[in-house]
Design a protein around this ligand. Structure first.
Ligand code: ZN
Ligand code: ZN
Length: 161
């Protein structure tokens, strides 16, 4: 009877491992499908590409006081624009320090800090932030490995879902 029991428990272990591997395979497959699907539909853009797009739409220049009587304040850092500083003027005619504005535009929505008019098309901003979210919260294969080790060591794998 002991040998029958051993045989059954062996079978049970083999079956558990088999189904775990099967489950993992399907998870990996589904992941790769969803990844490639979202990738082709909406390719994420890097910070460098994003800043390049801002530069294309609103080229930076040097601030010249010229004959202007009025002083202009950068609404991001709240200091005056000084002669020769690198600035960026938006389509809405609002002017900021180039570095201040570029940092601001990377934060949330790419809108003018003063009048909230769009600086870049919404799709581009969405693509950029999707990439950032992917980096921050994207599941890595590490969690799969962790799941595998938990499953093989007999803990309840359902708790992972
Ligand atoms: Zn500034
Ligand atoms: Zn504006």
């Amino acid at each position: 009877m002991a040998s029958l029991y051993e045989c059954l428990s062996h079978l049970y272990t083999i079956a558990t491992v088999f189904f775990t591997v099967l489950l993992l395979e399907s998870v990996i497959l589904i992941r790769s499908i969803t990844k490639s699907f979202s990738g082709s539909a909406n390719r994420p853009i890097t910070t460098t590409q994003y800043l390049k797009l801002i530069e294309e739409k609103n080229p930076a220049s040097r601030f010249k006081t010229g004959l202007r009587v009025q002083t202009i304040e950068c609404a991001v850092c709240l200091s005056m624009l000084e002669e020769g500083e690198e600035i960026r003027k938006l389509k809405c005619k609002h002017t900021f320090h180039k570095d201040c504005l570029d940092q601001w535009l990377q934060l949330d929505k790419a809108t003018c800090p003063l009048c909230r008019s769009n600086v870049l098309p919404e799709e581009i901003v969405a693509q950029y932030h999707r990439r950032r979210n992917d980096q921050e919260y994207g599941g890595s294969d590490e969690e799969l490995v962790f799941f595998l080790s938990v499953a093989l060591h007999g803990s309840n794998p359902r708790r992972q879902w």
